[in-house]
Design a protein around this ligand. Structure first.
Ligand code: ADP
Length: 486
């Protein structure tokens, strides 16, 4: 049994309360899995709005940023073995996570700098201060919002002889979001000027770049994506920096919260099912067809999509395949929210065989995942992707773009070897998506036994956090065993 570690996980999102995408799921489930392995895990998130599950610790802390002192307070709850700490400040408590109807909040840099400073003191705020030398402590910072954590650990703690044995890991969930700001605001961050070059990229302050350079280790959400981001297409300008950190950049495929995503026990479904008996899945399909006003017909293939409506997700490609899918007699259900133009285009595509819901609804996401026969993930790039794993767990066969974590999680169906769990197609190509959907539908119609085996393989695979958490643990231990990077 490895030594018990103290892990401080810092993220802007946290499922189920503050969720935009997969980051929230990971920020919830990875700490639970690490705690189950015997580690002490403190998960810190902003208190975007009041939560009745967390109580006010009465503890406050003050930090100087942008020339003023700011006081935060801390709320606390212990859930599933994880200490959850919510940092409270008026700038963080606005309801929206990243912005409102007018777009991203204008003071994002201040919000996240304050959040990072406060998160690093969260253990003391709940009466569990870290050892002064930081022994056995790992800060796990998720995405650019938490990317100042590795910098502050180096600049404000280790450089002053504090927490010198603590290590930091930056977890990258999406290279497309880097947090860039004008160089002039550097002075507000309470960092010595020598850190400017760490944060500078192309004449701007780049939070993600600062995190990549300062962290002791960098992890991203799938091995394939860890490789892709070392190249210019997926690296979004930071591929050179990632190549430089090469030896300490690794990919670990996310898991799923298999309690939340369990076809045998899912409160959102009208019927339960498992890999041995799929009869409940047919009931889920009929109920969804009925509730969405589609013809209730088990003989019509139902194709599902759930995801953020964003150019990254390739929603436009999928919309282009709809006339063809209609000709094949398929029904389509789409759930997503995001870009107003893509929301409008999705709604416009509705007809008697296609239903679109442009909202965020965990219940409907579960129902579409359970009810569909096929599940499309047409992303142009996809760091990990959780929806294809959720689909496979529910016996819904994924048709996915061959990119990032989709490649690591979906094995192509091989009719000769009778192996594989889905179909893959060339990212960005609507024509190739049609080809893949054609093969999938052909198998569904003409080779039901083979299709059934594809479903079974997907359902029986281990999508839990058990393996990934063991890999995270190993990386953390290696980071602690090595010297600090910066
Ligand atoms: P990303 O993190 O890029 O958004 P992922 O596939 O990693 O993509 O994670 C998306 C998560 O958000 C999944 O848990 C998915 O079920 C959920 N999700 C996405 N869109 C919606 C929506 N409109 N309503 C409910 N859940 C959604």
């Amino acid at each position: 049994m490895p030594e018990a570690l103290t892990v401080v996980s810092v993220s802007a999102e946290l499922s189920p309360w503050f969720k935009v995408g997969g980051l929230a799921d990971v920020a919830h489930a990875l700490p639970v899995a690490l705690a189950a392995r015997g580690h002490k895990v403190i998960g810190v998130a902003p208190r975007h709005r009041a939560l009745d599950i967390a109580w006010d610790t009465g503890r406050t802390a003050r930090f100087t940023l942008f020339g003023h002192e700011h006081e935060v307070s801390y709320f606390h709850a212990t859930i599933d073995g994880v200490e959850r700490v919510f940092v409270d400040h008026p700038a963080l408590r606005r309801g929206g996570i990243y912005g409102d109807d007018n777009g991203a909040y204008g003071d994002s840099l201040f919000r996240y700098a304050l959040f990072c400073r406060a998160a690093m003191e969260a253990p003391a705020a709940i009466g569990q201060p870290l050892p002064e030398d930081g022994a056995g402590t790992v800060f796990l910072a998720h995405d650019w919002h938490a990317a100042l954590v590795p910098l502050y650990l180096s600049a404000r703690y280790r450089a002053h002889g504090l927490r010198r044995h603590a290590r930091s890991i930056l977890a990258i969930h999406n290279m497309a979001h880097q947090g860039t700001f004008p160089m002039e605001v550097l002075g507000g961050l309470d960092l010595e000027h020598r850190w400017a070059s760490t944060l500078e990229m192309g004449g701007a302050l780049n939070m993600l770049k600062g995190g990549i350079v300062a962290a002791d280790r960098v992890v991203t959400v799938s091995p394939r994506y860890a490789w892709e981001i070392r190249g210019p297409e997926a690296g979004f300008g930071l591929d050179g920096v990632l190549r430089m950190r090469g030896p300490v950049v690794q990919g670990i495929l996310n898991g799923l919260d298999t309690r939340e995503w369990d076809p045998a026990n899912d409160p959102h479904q009208p019927a339960a099912f498992d890999a041995r008996d799929l009869s409940g899945k047919a009931l889920c399909k009929a109920a969804l067809q009925q509730d969405l006003g589609l013809e209730v017909d088990p003989g019509r293939p139902l194709v599902g999509f759930v995801g953020r409506l964003d150019a990254q997700k390739g929603v436009d490609l999928f919309l282009r395949t709809l006339p063809w899918l209609r000709q094949q007699g398929a029904q389509v259900v789409m759930l997503g929210s995001g870009d107003p133009r893509l929301e409008e285009a999705t709604r416009q595509a509705q007809d008697p065989t296609m239903r679109a819901v442009t909202a965020f609804s965990a219940a409907l996401a579960h129902r579409i995942t359970a009810a569909s026969d096929l599940f499309v993930v047409p992303s142009r790039f996809e760091p990990c992707g959780l929806t294809q794993m959720q689909a496979m767990r529910y016996g819904t066969v994924p048709v996915v773009a061959a990119t990032g974590g989709l490649v690591d999680s979906v094995r192509p169906y091989d009719p000769y070897a009778q192996s594989g769990t889905g179909w893959l197609f060339h990212p960005g190509s609507a024509e190739d998506l049609v080809m893949a959907l054609g093969n999938a539908l052909y198998t569904w119609v003409h080779w039901p036994d083979s299709f059934r085996e594809i479903q079974r393989r997907g359902m029986e695979a281990d999508w839990s956090w058990e393996q990934p958490a063991a890999q995270y643990e190993q990386m953390m231990q290696q980071a602690l065993d090595s010297g600090p990077w910066a």
